[in-house]
Design a protein around this ligand. Structure first.
Ligand code: FES
Ligand code: FES
Length: 220
């Protein structure tokens, strides 16, 4: 871990991702009514409380998501998107929200093996789904060449769109470990970078593919 001149510790992106994954709650510690804050012992008790005390309000819902390989049982507001639940309930802030309308790809996660726009999906409709996020990619040695090549080829400027690009790239490489440049461009066609880094993504991915094919996982 690096430190600043003032001695404060600086965590790398990988260390931050690992910390976020380790802190992910598997189930709510305390179940409280979001309206009156009454503590309930179970989701069933909360539902009964809602029906009795707040009959005109939309009751929270229970959902279990498999996030980065862990089953997480959550009680959520039914209007929350998957992006909001990842951030607000699980502390995973890697997926970014730029357009909030399914147009830019910056919120891309992988759901059941396919890229998915987390700003456009209700978390309550993801029961039992398998979700992968950028935090997992950031800590897996296998994907280190991909991240390294993004840095080397300057395929990011502000970096806001980068997690979405990397998840779209991972989804492609999971099903096709040696894509052509055309296939890469096609796989990234749902992602937009307003800093204008698009021309460098396919080069970065092609070089990462070549390094991964040699079994390289860690930057020397
Ligand atoms: S923030 Fe989800 S597609 Fe733009
Ligand atoms: S690097 Fe800034 S939006 Fe893509």
């Amino acid at each position: 871990m690096e430190t600043t001149r003032a001695g404060a510790s600086l965590k790398s992106a990988g260390e931050q991702a690992a910390a976020a994954l380790a802190a992910m709650p598997r189930r709510p510690e305390v179940i409280r009514c979001p309206i009156c804050k009454r503590q309930c012992l179970s989701f069933e008790e909360l539902s009964e409380h809602y029906a009795a005390e707040h009959p005109d309000s939309v009751a929270p819902t229970a959902v279990t998501l498999n996030v980065n390989g862990l089953n997480c049982s959550l009680i959520i507001e039914p209007h929350l998107t998957l992006k909001q639940v990842l951030q607000l309930h699980l502390g995973l802030t890697g997926a970014k929200e730029m357009c909030d309308r399914g147009a830019c790809g910056s919120c891309t996660v992988i759901m059941d093996g396919n890229p998915a726009l987390s700003c456009n999906i209700l978390a309550s409709e993801c029961e039992g789904r398998s979700i992968e996020t950028i935090e997992m990619v950031a800590v897996m040695p296998k994907w280190r060449p991909l991240i390294d090549e993004y840095c080397k080829w300057d395929a990011m400027q502000c970096g806001y769109c980068t997690p979405g690009y990397l998840m779209a790239a991972k989804a492609l490489l999971d099903r096709n470990p040696s894509p052509t440049e055309y296939e890469i461009r096609e796989a990234l066609s749902g992602n937009i970078c307003i800093c204008g880094t698009q021309p460098r993504h396919s080069q970065a991915i092609l070089e990462a593919v070549s390094r991964m094919a040699k079994g390289e996982t860690i930057n020397a």
